[in-house]
Design a protein around this ligand. Structure first.
Ligand code: GLA
Length: 335
């Protein structure tokens, strides 16, 4: 009997010490908040500054901490991921400087045990096809491009420009899926509205920056001295702004140029100018969804295990010199 009691006592002690050591080995319930990274390819572009601004709002709302990092090439992206991991982050949102870095970024995130959410520019696999199993939020690029084309056709009609005197410049960046879909969508809509395909000219760029577009369009204009009026589209505001600057350099002003951008955030200064320029409108995208919603989805994924949808697409709304102040205010972009 005594022996049985003693055995029971020893067993109880053993169980107790097992429990203790299990408690010691379990991750301590962390008081530290969840930490997320938000890496963007062009931190100087107002679009990405706005994404960060809305990501900051999500940070305040949900109480995680946010590390914002600009990374303009592959080396910087990988260093940023390592840095986030070293700081104890659990995941990050990224707009990559080069979509072909996709597989390397996925591998690094996995190795560092970080959850990954892509925004704006979708990763490409080694076969050149989109990596559809990586979570992504981006714009409905073809539709938004088509809305630019429709708006350009309406401008042409309003201004009474004939097809014979008019040309279209599409500032393209065809290596980037979202960019190609935008300019293809605009071109298709213009052709669909009756504009002759032979009078639509592409100015290819390899970078989404004003100087790159300016150079590409200047080169194109030397070949088309006969065109009197120009309609302009491109992947974003900066592409169209570069084209408008190149056209100004060759004497084309607001009476002979109608350019419509995409983003609606990088053209605010242009639309605020007292005198109109050839840049007459833009499709305002939802920076709030791209900055706030991506962070919210990533946060809930980490905190509650709620996996976000693999693909989310956002829409846009046309802004012009006439309505941009009101729309930007309504959307919480300006005060
Ligand atoms: C790309 C462009 C940005 C912006 C986003 C929107 O990343 O470079 O200017 O248009 O897409 O998703």
């Amino acid at each position: 009997m005594i022996r049985a009691l003693m055995l029971a006592f020893v067993a109880a002690l053993a169980a107790c010490s097992k429990e203790n050591s299990a408690q010691q080995n379990a991750p301590a319930p962390s008081a530290a908040p969840i930490k997320l990274g938000f890496i963007v390819k062009q931190p100087e572009e107002p679009w990405f500054q706005l994404e960060w601004q809305f990501a900051d709002e999500a940070q305040k709302q949900f109480g995680f901490s946010l590390v914002k990092i600009g990374a303009s090439d592959g080396e910087r992206v990988l260093a940023a991921i390592d840095n986030l991991a070293a700081q104890g982050a659990q995941g990050f949102v990224i707009c990559t400087p080069d979509v072909r870095l996709g597989p390397a970024i996925v591998a690094r995130a996995k190795a560092k045990n970080l959850k990954l959410f892509t925004v704006d520019d979708r990763f490409l696999g080694v076969d050149g096809k989109p990596l559809e199993d990586v979570h992504y939020l981006g714009i409905s690029a073809s539709k938004i491009g088509a809305s630019v084309g429709v708006a350009l056709a309406a401008e042409q009609l309003k201004r009474g420009w004939t097809n014979d005197e008019t040309g279209v410049i599409a500032v393209t960046f065809e290596e980037l899926e979202t960019a190609k879909e935008r300019t293809d969508g605009a071109i298709e809509a213009l052709v669909g509205s009756g504009f002759p395909a032979a009078r639509i000219f592409k100015a290819p760029t390899q970078k989404s920056e004003i100087p790159a577009a300016l150079d590409a369009v200047s080169a194109l204009l030397t070949q088309h001295g006969d065109v009197k009026r120009w309609l302009v589209c491109g992947m974003n505001d900066n592409a169209v702004l570069g084209a408008v600057r190149a056209l100004e350099g060759r004497g084309f002003g607001p009476d002979s140029v109608a350019g419509i951008g995409i983003n609606g955030t990088d053209c605010i200064v242009e639309l605020e100018k007292a005198n109109p320029t050839g840049f007459c409108a833009s499709v305002l995208l939802s920076a709030r969804q791209h900055g706030y919603q991506t962070c919210e989805m990533l946060y809930r994924w980490i905190k509650d295990g709620v996996e976000p949808p693999l693909e989310t697409r956002t829409t846009g709304v046309l802004i012009t010199r006439a309505n941009f102040k009101r729309v930007l205010k309504d959307q919480g972009i300006t005060r």
